[in-house]
Every structure is written in C-alpha cells, then in structure tokens.
Design a binder for this molecule. Structure first.
Ligand code: ATR
Length: 492
C-alpha cells in the first residue's frame, strides 16, 4: 500500500473523484496523475452497480487513494442506510486504501480495527455547510480519537473574520486538514500550508465535489501549489466578489517567468479592517484592490501616493517598512497604451470621456495630467459637471452628444456593454468620424458594441484588456521591484 506522509510544510493535493463509474474516475486519474499527490474516491457518487468493485480501485489508480463514502447529511450524493454504508466501507477497505475518511460522530470500532490492521490511515472529519461553528476549536481538538488520526474540518466561512478563525484553529494541533468552503474559504484551498492544513482538495470532472473546488492544473500552474516555498512572498487581489478576477493569471505567470518565490491569490473581502488583520497573520505583502473597496482604501490609509489623490481611489496596497501605503496604477495603466499609440501627441489632443463614475475619474485625471483638452459626457449630466469642474474641463449631458465637435480621442469609461449585457451601447447618438482613436475600458467582451461601431467607422481602437494589463504591470513593479517579463506579456 502507498502511504501518505502528511505535513503542513508540504501540503498534499488530493483529487476528489465524483464520476458515476470507476472507469470514468480512472480516466480522470490518468489525465491528472502527475499533478496530484493522492486521489479521493467519493464512493457516494458511484452508480449502484459499481459499489461492489470499490475495493479494486486503489490498485487500479496507482496513486495513494483515500476512501470516502460521505453521508447525505454531510453533503454526500447518495441516500443509503447507515448499516449498508458501513458494510460497503468495510468491504472496500480490503482493497488497501491508504486513507479512509470517517466522520466525527461515527461509532464504528470494527472499521477502525480493520483500518488499523490494513495500515489505512484515518481522517476524522466534521462538516458544516452552513457556517463556522462557534465551538470549532474544541471540536477540532476532540476529533482525533486515536494516535495517528488526522482531524479534518470543512466549514463554510461567510466573512474574512470567519476565515481568521479558521487560521487560528489550524495551528492548534500538530496535523490537521482545514478546509474553508465557498468563495470566502478560497484561500484555504490555494494556500493550505498557511492555514496549517496538510491537504487541499480539488476536482477535475464536471461535478465539483464541494463548493469552491478548483481544478489541479489551476492550483499547480496558476496558484503554484508545491512550486513555491512556505515563506514565499504573498500577494492578492481583494474585492467582493473577486473570484472572477483575471489578475492571478497575469501576476503569477510573471513571478514564474522571473523565478520569484511568490504567489498571488484572490481573497474575498467584506471589511477592509479585517483584511488588514488577515494580511498581518498570513504575511500578505501587497494587494490589488477592486470593487467595492477602492474608495474606502483611499480614505482609510494614512500613507498614500499622489496617484491616489488624483484618481480619488486606491487600487494597490503595498506593505512598506513604515506600514501599508496606497497607490493607484489605473491612471498609468490607462495612459501607457495611449502614449504608445500617440507618441507625444497627447498634449493638446481633444478628448471625449464617456461616463462620470470612478473609472472615468482616473481617465480624466490621466488625460488632464498629459495636457489633453477634455470634455466629459454622461447620462446624468450633473455628474459630468461635477467631474469636469474638479479637473477644470468641459462637459455635456448625453442628449447633446450628437452636437459635439470633433475629437481626437474618445474614451468609453462606463460599465455599459460589459458582459453579460453585451448588446448595450452607452451613447448611441454619438457618431464616429473615423479619425478618432477610440479607447474602451471594458475588457469582457473583447469587442463591445461601442468599440465594434468605432472600428466599422474606420477609427483606430484600443480594447480594455490593454489597460487591465498595464495597470497590473505597474502593480507588479510596485510589488516585486521588477519589470513584468516581456515574454509573458506576449503570451497572455
Ligand atoms: P465605475 O466605478 O465603474 O466607473 P460607477 O461609478 O458606478 O462605476 O459609474 C458608472 C458609469 O456608467 C456612470 O457614468 C454611469 O452613468 P450615470 O452617472 O448616469 O449613472 C454610467 N452608466 C451606467 N449605466 C448606464 C446606462 N444604462 N446608460 C448610460 N450610462 C450608464
């Protein structure tokens, strides 16, 4: 039998198998074999006819194999009598599983005896799909019944403060599996070692075994699990929601290409004050800040760069020797592609900015700083006026867009046309002459209706992906002191 040597210094990656047949599960094992340390056969997902063959699985998988037959009440996929379940577990153990998962309250001395005889390690698990129980610490301490058992807690955090509690309990026993499910628990999946967890679970099939599971390729290649050390520099993107963010796919490949011992993960954040506590505990050294925290971060921080004041928002936090300092790389990210295109012709250029929200403010600040002559147009006229007056430029309500004079640059800085509302145009009355350079800030979809219309009119266009990348490159420099590697830039 293949044994598993659990330690929080080198957490294991366990692939949960949730297909209906052993054959389908084996096909997934074949595909993912080199990425995972062990596999978990979730017998509760198997078709009835497959259950008699479960004991053959460890030999067929060729990897250390964990046996789990989850009860329905703990999130299992099959309604089955408890006696029958135990009988199945008992027969399956003959197959030489490396590990078996037994629940917190299961009184089954015959299974424990058999596991001990076979040399099968026991993971003693408790689940809470509703939250993080108040007595988690006590329950974790009481979980392991015999020497050698590994306690496992899988709970559903709903806030950063819940996540902080998970961080605390993990360290109280020498070895434990600590899983935070769902969006709030995501950091436990990508950074198991920092949560003192000896194992992270992932899924590769269609059905995810538990909320928040990631596939092995993403964990290994994007989140660099096993590739970075326990003391790797830790960076993150914070927002709410945040798991859709593409930033990990920009920053991590950059660290990788430069051989940096660093990783960048998404952390869903409700209260900024709690994030700073988490950052302290986890050793986070820098963060990208996204919706809805940019404005609060700008007002909360004692130390901010001039770019934050200009933009009225903070999209980057860096831990420096004196504490946290805020920056804004949106302005630089916006200007970089424009400078490359216009080569010095930005000063004096006539620019129309569509929108008057947070994104538009960074755009106006950047354009004004470069000497462009800016007009702001917005659905809600008075908002356009407020923004324009701050930067001493012109404005117009959307109804007057058709009567506006010619522009050299048009920037689309509203959220209109963003996926999934792709068939919306923020300013249909604006017609393009074909001579303008049209810059769209939205990056999904790659071609908004607005941008496609500009292209058809013969305009030069810049898509939102360029700003997204350049603001990230600027963050990369602030985080690492290094330029983003050019070879990755081409690939992304
Ligand atoms: P962000 O921080 O992304 O800029 P925001 O501050 O909420 O977000 O600003 C959204 C911008 O999109 C505003 O300019 C808004 O116009 P209003 O000020 O009139 O609300 C613009 N916007 C949003 N929905 C719009 C719509 N359906 N048509 C036109 N403009 C719209």
């Amino acid at each position: 039998m293949r044994s598993v040597n659990y330690s929080a210094d080198e957490p294991k990656l366990c692939l949960s198998l949730t297909e209906a047949t052993l054959r389908e599960n084996l096909a997934i094992v074949e595909r993912e074999r080199r990425r995972v340390d062990l596999v978990e056969l979730r017998a509760d997902f198997l078709d009835e006819a497959e259950l008699a063959e479960v004991s053959a699985f460890p030999r067929l998988s060729g990897l250390p194999t964990l046996l789990t037959f989850r009860r329905e009440s703990d999130g299992g996929a099959r309604a089955i009598g408890e006696g029958e379940r135990r009988g199945l577990l008992d027969r399956a153990l003959d197959g030489g599983f490396s590990v078996v998962d037994l629940e917190e309250d299961l009184e089954a001395p015959e299974l424990e005896r058999k596991a001990a005889e076979q040399g099968t390690m026991v993971v003693r698990s408790m689940h809470d799909f509703g939250g993080v129980p108040g007595d988690l610490s006590r329950r974790l301490a009481a979980l392991a019944r015999r020497p050698g058992e590994i306690p496992k807690v899988a709970v559903m955090p709903h806030s950063v403060s819940d996540l902080l509690r998970l961080l605390e309990v993990g360290g109280q026993v020498p070895r434990a599996i600590v899983v935070g499910m769902g969006e709030w628990g995501f950091p436990t999946r990508v950074l198991p070692g920092r949560f003192h967890s000896v194992q992270s679970y992932c899924s590769a099939g269609e059905v995810k075994a538990a909320p928040g599971h990631v596939d092995p390729k993403t964990l290994r290649e994007t989140y660099r699990l096993g590739e970075t050390s326990a003391t790797a520099k830790l960076f993150c993107v914070i927002g709410n929601p945040v798991l859709h963010s593409r930033s990990p796919w920009i920053h991590n490949p950059g660290y990788r290409a430069l051989g940096l011992d660093a990783v960048y993960v998404p952390v869903q954040v409700d209260r900024l004050a709690d994030f700073f506590m988490l950052a302290e505990r986890l050793g986070i050294e820098g963060a990208s800040v996204t919706v809805p925290h940019k404005e609060e971060a700008a007002s909360l921080l004692a130390e901010t760069d001039a770019s934050v004041t200009q933009a009225g928002a903070c999209n980057t936090l860096v831990r420096e020797s004196g504490g946290w300092r805020g920056y804004n790389t949106d302005i630089e990210g916006f200007l970089a592609p424009l400078r490359a295109r216009l080569r010095g012709a930005l000063a004096g250029a006539r620019a129309l900015v569509v929108g008057a929200g947070g994104a538009a403010r960074s755009v106006v600040a950047g354009l004004v700083a470069e000497g462009a002559r800016v007009t702001v147009v917005n659905r809600t006229g008075p908002r356009a006026r407020v923004l324009a007056e701050q930067f001493d430029c012109g404005w117009a309500p959307a109804e007057e867009a058709a009567a506006l004079p010619a522009f050299d640059i048009v920037v689309q800085a509203t959220s209109v046309g963003m996926s999934p509302n792709e068939d919306a145009d923020p300013l249909p009355s604006l017609s393009f002459r074909g001579t303008e350079l049209v810059y769209e800030l939205i990056y999904a979809p790659r071609r908004t209706l607005f941008l496609a219309r500009a292209e058809r009119a013969g305009c030069g266009v810049i898509g939102g992906r360029e700003m997204l990348l350049h603001q990230a490159y600027a963050q990369f420099r602030l985080f690492t002191g290094r330029d983003y590697p050019a070879e990755v830039r081409e690939d992304f």
